[in-house]
Design a binder for this molecule. Structure first.
Ligand code: 13P
Length: 259
């Protein structure tokens, strides 16, 4: 059986205290689940990272940053360097979340610089990709996904594969106004993504986990996780109470095991 990935992006929610107590609750609820079976990760805000990293048992949950600059230091006001993230001993860095691309204007080319830099600093690197509603309506979703992957992973050596994760998050499915993708649609796009990763990295790409994100909730999680090309769920709102996330994880894991 494959390992299942479950993670949450806390976006610009939860202060330091809320983040730490959320993580402690989540760990105590999920620590009996074998690490061989699931990979659990949480991506808090920058300001909560240092306390979170110092106060939880990192054996049970990976901690990540929501963004990172592509330079180690310099005249980059407001940015966070990979060395600063290393200081906190983080496990992973998320690059190219839809809100970074669409609210803050990041491009595939900047995502590529960040991916390169994150991998050079040995972070597990979660590249987020996804088409907008307009692109979907023009029927160019596959082309958009392939472009985001081909630029995002341009000139990344195959030996870095063990540190690469991908999240497919269609822009139209994310957040309070999002419409979740059907599991059939998500599976179809995950296949396109996996094919493209194979073109880029060869057979070794089969090891890259591809997670689905965008309005994952208790009603659709089980149908999504049981799709052959979906390796995990990247959850926002439905994961922000530890007990809800614990239940979603356990239900999805059971659905996968009994499918
Ligand atoms: P929602 O699950 O709230 O739609 O958010 C998904 C997301 O953006 C994860 O990165």
């Amino acid at each position: 059986m494959k390992k299942l990935y479950f993670g949450t992006n806390l976006k610009m929610y939860k202060n330091i205290h809320q983040t730490t107590s959320y993580l402690k609750d989540l760990i105590s609820l999920t620590k009996d689940i074998s690490q061989e079976e699931i990979e659990l990760f949480v991506i808090p805000s920058y300001t909560s990272l240092s306390s979170a990293a110092g106060s939880i048992d990192r054996n049970y949950v990976k901690l990540g940053a929501q963004n990172m600059c592509w330079e180690e230091e310099g005249q980059f006001t407001g940015e966070i360097s990979p060395l600063m993230l290393k200081e906190m001993n983080l496990d992973l860095v998320m690059i190219g979340h839809s809100e970074r691309r669409h609210v803050f204007g990041e491009t595939d080319i900047t995502e590529n610089k960040k991916v390169k830099c994150a991998l050079e600093h040995d972070f597990t690197t979660l590249l987020c990709i996804g088409e907008s509603l307009e692109e979907k309506n023009f029927d160019i979703s596959n082309e958009v996904l392939r472009t985001q992957l081909k630029i995002g992973f341009h000139n990344i050596p195959t030996e870095k594969i063990s540190k690469i994760w991908v999240a497919y998050e269609p822009v139209w499915s994310i957040g309070v106004n999002g419409v979740p993708a059907s599991y059939q649609y998500a599976e179809e796009k995950h296949k396109v993504i996996k094919e493209c990763l194979q073109e880029l990295f060869g057979d070794a790409a089969k090891a890259i986990p591809v997670l689905y994100g965008g309005s994952v909730n208790p009603q659709n999680a089980n149908d999504l996780i049981t799709q052959p090309s979906i390796d995990g769920l990247f959850v926002g709102r439905s994961a922000w109470h530890a007990d809800d996330f614990n239940k979603l994880i356990r239900d999805a894991k059971k659905a996968y095991e009994t499918a």
